[in-house]
Design a protein around this ligand. Structure first.
Ligand SMILES: *[C@@H]1O[C@H](CO)[C@@H](O)[C@H](O)[C@H]1NC(C)=O
Ligand SMILES: *[C@@H]1O[C@H](CO)[C@@H](O)[C@H](O)[C@H]1NC(C)=O
Ligand SMILES: *[C@@H]1O[C@H](CO)[C@@H](O)[C@H](O)[C@H]1NC(C)=O
Ligand SMILES: *[C@@H]1O[C@H](CO)[C@@H](O)[C@H](O)[C@H]1NC(C)=O
Length: 466
């Protein structure tokens, strides 16, 4: 274990190393190798989580690699899901080893067990789930972006930065230094970064992936104003080290109180980023489950500049979609392609920011810890059962050749969506036991091509009859 002051020194070394010239970098790499036993991925960042969550220096860092030419070059990327915001289905083992079935999200993970135990598990997870090798592999897979999730509880805002509460109880803080290290890896390996505020105070959607499953009370009390201060803080501290700041992931516009506040939040968040970080940092907003057409003309030039629209494209979270045949799923992708490209033509740069290869909701705990699947009838009674989950998720050794052939076609149909607009970001790079959701396993299993724009099914949408 290092003392907090040593952690800060390490971070300084990492950033000097990331900022230096190539020759200097080589020398520093050697130095780091000696001091850390030759393994960068094992840099001992763990320490007192509260004390280590203060970044030493940040705002003066140079922008990441060569600026990405948004709108000209296509975003091709993966999400680093389940890293700084836990999701039970991505890392079920972390939840299983608590021996407590009431621990269903990161909130209860901090609340319902000894905080030293929780903190140790999380520090180990932050240190190992994604390593520098993953950035190397992502680059080698022909990808140019990662989208990284962060929860508000990991942002080291202080009472000097906000007039609202800085308490994150019962969440366990301490991920911030690991995020900073990830930004240095991204820069080192020429990967651009979209930083995505994935969990806001009160939960913006009630999903476990917001940190807290249950009700979405983000629109209540001080939560929205507090979130704006968090956005401003991130833009000021690390705006120079990322390419895009996404103001908030998936606010639940299906709830009227959230639908009412979200347009003004996007505008205020945009202003906060511009004030704190200037004009080069891009700002990402989302459709809030209302469809992109709901945002026609919104935050468009010249009212705003450098804004991107994030649309998430899943085809499994309601019965109408999950009942589609394989061919109908391809057709569905092509419908989305039409909708997004029509919107993008006269609106914001548009990104298909989350999508996967899953055509079932069979991945264990995908719908929440202890919750079943629509596919096999274990989610809800009085609904049709589509079949057994066997062979659709989990270990790809159970996948049939026909299924893998379909996964390739389906992958291409969804890449086609992103290629028709300003880009795409697959959900997710890795998952413990859900290979249909894993880019890494797709590369290994051959249903994701080593060059992401290689085509076995060119003109897939023209062929689908859409
Ligand atoms: C969970 O149960 C196993 C088996 O009884 C035990 O070895 C382990 O220490 C328990 N873990 C916790 C966090 O209590
Ligand atoms: C807190 O409130 C005071 C008084 O209204 C104001 O001057 C100050 O700028 C606020 N601080 C922040 C960080 O918003
Ligand atoms: C494709 O989807 C559209 C819209 O949902 C539908 O009208 C059309 O019939 C579908 N085509 C096929 C071949 O399934
Ligand atoms: C997947 O299955 C193969 C073959 O049975 C096995 O070798 C491998 O360890 C399994 N992978 C995981 C992550 O369980």
């Amino acid at each position: 274990m290092l003392r907090p002051s040593e952690v800060l020194r390490w971070l300084l070394i990492i950033f000097l190393f990331a900022r230096g010239h190539a020759r200097q970098q080589c020398r520093l790499i050697q130095k780091l190798d000696v001091q850390s036993g030759g393994d960068h991925s094992q840099l001992p960042l763990s320490a007192n989580p509260t004390a280590s969550s203060q970044p030493s220096q940040t705002a003066s860092a140079t922008p990441s690699v060569t600026p990405f030419n948004y709108g000209q070059d296509v975003i091709r990327g993966v999400n680093l899901g389940g890293w700084f915001v836990l999701e039970p289905w991505i890392t079920p083992s972390i939840f299983e080893t608590t021996n407590n079935s009431n621990i269903i999200d990161e909130y209860t993970f901090g609340q319902m067990q000894d905080s030293n135990v929780a903190s140790n598990v999380l520090q180990n997870h932050w240190n190992t789930w994604i390593t520098e090798d993953d950035f190397v592999a992502i680059k080698a897979a022909g990808l140019n972006h990662v989208r990284m999730q962060i929860g508000y509880w990991s942002i080291p805002i202080t009472s000097a930065d906000t007039n609202y509460s800085t308490s994150v109880t019962p969440y366990i803080s301490g991920a911030w230094p690991y995020l900073l290290r990830a930004l240095s890896w991204a820069k080192e390996h020429g990967i651009h970064v979209i930083l995505d505020l994935h969990g806001a105070p009160g939960s913006q959607n009630g999903y476990d992936n917001s940190g807290r499953r249950g009700s979405a009370s983000w629109a209540q009390g001080d939560n929205v104003a507090r979130t704006l201060d968090l956005v401003r803080f991130m833009a000021a501290k690390i705006g120079g080290m990322i390419d895009v700041l996404e103001l908030l992931n998936e606010p639940g516009g299906f709830q009227s109180d959230i639908a009412n506040v979200i347009p003004q939040f996007w505008k205020d968040g945009y202003d906060a980023v511009r004030e704190a970080a200037g004009s080069s940092l891009k700002v990402m907003i989302g459709d809030a489950f209302l469809g992109v057409d709901n945002w026609d003309g919104f935050l468009a030039y010249p009212e705003a500049q450098g804004v991107l629209m994030d649309f998430h494209e899943y085809q499994i979270f309601n019965y109408d979609q999950i009942e589609l045949s394989q061919d109908q799923h391809i057709n569905y992708s092509c419908q989305v392609l039409d909708t997004l490209s029509n919107y993008a033509k006269s609106n914001l740069y548009t990104v298909s920011g989350e999508w996967s290869n899953a055509i079932t909701d069979c991945a264990k705990w995908l719908n929440g810890r202890g919750v079943g699947a629509r596919w096999d009838g274990t989610y809800q009674s009085n609904q049709p059962t589509l079949g057994s989950c066997d062979g659709y998720t989990g270990n790809m050794s159970t996948f049939s050749d026909d299924y893998k052939t379909f996964l390739r076609r389906y992958f291409e149909s969804q890449v086609a969506i992103g290629e028709a607009v300003q880009g795409w970001i697959f959900w997710t790079w890795k998952a413990e036991n859900a290979d249909d959701w894993s880019y890494q396993k797709g590369l290994e299993g051959g249903w994701i091509p080593q060059n992401p724009i290689d085509r076995l099914y060119p003109n897939i949408c023209a062929a689908s009859g859409s």
